[in-house]
Design a protein around this ligand. Sequence first.
Ligand code: CTP
Ligand code: CA
Length: 224
Amino acid sequence: LVAARGPRELAGMRFLVSAGPTYEDIDPVRFVGNRSSGRMGFAIAEAAAHAGAAVTLVAGPVALATPAGVERVDVRSAREMRAAVLARTASNDVFIAAAAVGDFRPQAALPQKFKKGGAALELALVENPDILAEVAALPARPFVVGFAAETENVEAHARDKLERKRLDLIAANQVGAGLGFERGDNALLLLWPGGREELPRADKRELARQLLARIAHLRAARSG
Ligand code: CTP
Ligand code: CA
């Protein structure tokens, strides 16, 4: 697999990448969030741009610099991320959902700061839209790549997500207990209809290059 490793291997292709967590406001100072540093998604955006692709990065709240040559759109909540992504799917060839989207949000954000010392703060959480599943269900869709963060039965859960959301490819990783989040390396299991590839623990930038190589290979096989 040499695709995406040589210079300008992805020239002419347009990538849309989501990255980071989402924050769902409880009140003006508090939120419900998801664990994610954004580093995997930023590494993918950087590697794709380096390989010559035009890259748009839709980023949740992260403390990371924008990779060179990447167009960045900052969002905060899952619903903002959904709008930013859906507005751009038609103009991209590949969508990679590396964001750790919050699955739930408070039913209504309180307009004023909730004061402690009184009644318990009770939160009713409602489910957020699944951005990845929505993109995959579009009639004219890009090549759709999802991630699966799992704490157990990684391959079975990821294969289930691949099929249920009708993805072209899913990158699964084991999270929790010092794995996956807030660190520079990771290991990924790539699954697609009829195939699999294990990417052993490596720097997230190296994993990004290997993931892009697999995407280029699968797309070439499809159109060839
Ligand atoms: N995802 C998304 N929108 C959501 C939730 C998830 O686009 N509201 C995307 C993520 O970016 C990721 C994939 O779906 O690419 C899988 O996310 P994950 O949290 O592993 O799976 P879920 O489908 O949310 O299921 P669960 O959290 O219950 O395992
Ligand atoms: Ca989830």
